[in-house]
Design a protein around this ligand. Structure first.
Ligand SMILES: [Cu+2]
Length: 79
């Protein structure tokens, strides 16, 4: 699970693998996205909502929110 709270991504779990499911939990009232710079994922999470996403690509994925580009994180996925 990766929480989003007060316009920030919470810490990303370690030891993730391709095929794992990430649960994005948006605790803010406004929508956010989790968008990989390599575009391997791009998911919109409405305010006060949960969205699930499967990790499809190995490697280190920097991600950000398209609506608030200052929001950033890194997700690493083993093969
Ligand atoms: Cu945002």
């Amino acid at each position: 699970m990766i929480s989003i709270d007060r316009m920030k991504f919470d810490s990303v779990p370690a030891n993730l693998k391709v095929g794992d499911t990430i649960r994005w939990v948006n605790r803010d009232a406004v929508p956010h996205t989790a968008t990989a710079r390599d575009r391997s994922f791009d998911i919109t999470i409405p305010g006060n909502s949960i969205r699930e996403m499967k990790i499809l690509k190995k490697g280190q994925h920097e991600f950000f929110c398209r609506f608030h580009p200052a929001m950033k994180g890194v997700l690493s996925a083993a093969p």
